[in-house]
Design a protein around this ligand. Structure first.
Ligand SMILES: Cc1cc2nc3c(=O)[nH]c(=O)nc-3n(C[C@H](O)[C@H](O)[C@H](O)COP(=O)(O)O)c2cc1C
Length: 381
C-alpha cells in the first residue's frame, strides 16, 4: 500500500468501520475541544532548516522504557484495538517487532498479554489500571512478568469515564446485543463485518481470566466500573512496592504530579490527556510538555502522546524534551484501513518523515536533536 499520510489512513478507516467503532476511535469527551487542541498545538511549531551538514545517514534509534529502540515512537495502549480488523493487535505486534518499536497492550485488549507476547521478537509494555479488586491488578502484574514483560504503564487519568457523546448516541457500553441500527450499519460495511464474523464474536481476551461478563460490552462495562476512583498517591507507592520493573505513569499533565511520580520511583512519565477522551477542556499535551520536562530535571524520562500525526510533530516533541512519543488512533486507523500492511506503511511512512525533517534541519540522529533542544524550533507566528 502506498503511504499518503496518516490522514489518508484515517479517511479509509472511516469508510471501513461501522459507525459505532468509527465513533469510538475518533471521539473524545464533551466538546472534543481537547482532541482538537492536541493537534493544533503541533501547528504552532516549525523546525528550522539548516544547510551544509553531511546528512547522508540518519539514525533514529534511542532509549526509552528502559531499552534501546530503532524508532522514537511506540504504539499507545488502545482498548478494543483488536476490533479494527481480525486479529488486529497480533498484526500490529508483528509490525512493531519487525521494525523495533514497543507496543503497549491495553488492559482492554482483545488479545491477551500471553498471546501477544508469543509474537516473535516483540517488545511489549503492559498497560494496567488499579482495580478496586487489587487481586486482579496483582494478577495482571504476575501475568506480565511471566510473559517476560519488563515495563508496565499505569494509567492514572481515568478515575471516572466522562461523557463521550458519540458513544452515548451509539449505545457503546450500554448495549448487550446489537440494535437494528447497528446491524444495518454492519451490513453497510461488509469488509469489516465479514472479517470479524469469520473470527467469531470478539471478547476482551486480556480480561478473560477474571470472568467479567459473557460478551464484549458486558466485560467493558464491568471492567470500567472496576477502575478504582479512590486511588491516591499512596496506591502508587503500593504499586511500586509490588512491581520492581520499569514503571511508567500515564496521564500526567501537571508538573507537580510529574514530580510526585518521580518521588514514587517511576522511571517514566507519560504526558497525555488520553487523546482528549478524559478532561475536556484540558490543555494540549504538547503545551504542558516543557514545564514537566523542566520540573523533572532529566532524572525521569518523559514520553508524550496526543495528536502526533506527522514526522515533524515527533521532532517537535523530542526537541521540547520528550524521549519518545506514543501514537494512538493512527495505528487503529491503519489496521482498519489495510490490516498489517496498513500498519507497516504507517510506521515506515512516519519513520521516513522523521528522517526527512531531521536531515533538512541538519541533524543526523536523536542525540543531535537533543543537543539543540528547543533551539531547533521556532514558534509559528
Ligand atoms: C480508541 C481508544 C482507546 C484507548 N484506550 C486506552 C486504554 O485502554 N488505556 C490507556 O491507557 N489509554 C487508552 N487510550 C489513550 C491512548 O493510549 C493515547 O493516550 C491517545 O490515543 C493518544 O492520542 P492520539 O490518539 O491522538 O494519538 C485510548 C485511546 C483511544 C483513541
Amino acid at each position: 500500500m502506498n503511504y499518503h499520510g496518516i490522514a489518508a489512513l484515517h479517511r479509509r478507516a472511516d469508510r471501513v468501520l461501522p459507525r459505532i467503532f468509527r465513533d469510538y476511535v475518533n471521539g473524545g469527551s464533551h466538546s472534543e475541544r481537547t482532541v482538537r487542541a492536541n493537534r493544533r498545538a503541533f501547528d504552532r511549531w516549525a523546525v528550522v532548516p539548516k544547510c551544509l551538514v553531511d546528512v547522508a545517514e540518519c539514525d533514529l534509534s534511542g532509549a526509552f522504557l528502559e531499552a534501546t529502540h530503532r524508532l522514537p515512537f511506540m504504539f499507545a495502549p488502545l482498548g478494543f484495538g483488536g476490533l479494527m480488523c481480525p486479529n488486529g493487535e497480533i498484526r500490529a505486534a508483528r509490525v512493531a517487532a519487525s521494525v523495533g518499536l514497543p507496543m503497549a497492550v491495553s488492559t482492554f485488549a482483545i488479545q491477551s498479554l500471553e498471546t501477544l507476547s508469543r509474537v516473535p521478537g516483540v517488545t511489549l509494555a503492559a498497560q494496567i489500571y488499579v482495580f478496586r479488586d487489587r487481586g486482579i491488578t496483582r494478577d495482571m502484574l504476575r501475568r506480565a512478568e511471566s510473559c517476560g514483560i519488563r515495563s508496565i504503564i499505569l494509567t492514572v487519568d481515568t478515575p471516572i469515564t466522562p461523557l463521550r457523546l458519540r458513544d452515548v448516541r451509539n449505545g457503546f457500553r450500554n448495549l448487550t446485543r446489537p440494535s437494528l441500527r447497528h446491524v444495518l450499519s454492519m451490513a453497510a460495511h461488509p469488509r469489516w463485518t465479514a472479517g470479524m464474523l469469520r473470527n467469531g464474536m470478539p471478547k476482551i481476551g486480556n480480561l478473560a481470566p477474571y470472568g467479567m461478563g459473557s460478551n464484549l460490552m458486558e466485560q467493558a462495562r464491568n471492567a470500567a466500573s472496576q477502575i478504582d476512583p479512590t486511588l491516591t498517591w499512596k496506591d502508587l507507592d503500593w504499586l511500586r512496592s509490588v512491581w520492581p520493573g520499569q514503571l511508567a505513569v500515564k496521564g500526567i499533565m501537571d508538573a507537580g504530579d510529574a514530580l510526585a511520580c518521580q518521588k514514587a520511583g517511576a522511571q517514566t512519565v507519560i504526558v497525555s490527556n488520553h487523546g482528549g477522551r478524559q478532561m475536556d477542556p484540558a490543555p494540549s499535551s504538547l503545551s504542558v510538555l516543557p514545564e514537566i520536562v523542566e520540573a523533572l530535571k532529566g532524572e525521569t524520562d518523559v514520553i508524550l502522546d496526543g495528536g502526533v500525526r506527522w514526522g515533524g510533530d515527533v521532532v517537535s516533541a523530542l526537541a521540547l524534551g520528550a524521549k519518545a512519543v506514543g501514537i494512538g488512533r493512527p495505528w487503529a486507523w491503519a489496521l482498519a484501513a489495510d490490516g498489517e500492511r496498513g500498519v507497516r506503511s504507517l510506521v515506515d511512512g512516519l519513520g521516513g518523515e522523521i528522517r526527512d525533517v531531521l536531515r533538512l534541519g541538519g541533524m543526523v540522529d536523536l542525540a543531535s536533536l537533543r543537543a539543540q533542544g528547543p533551539a531547533a524550533l521556532r514558534p509559528v507566528s
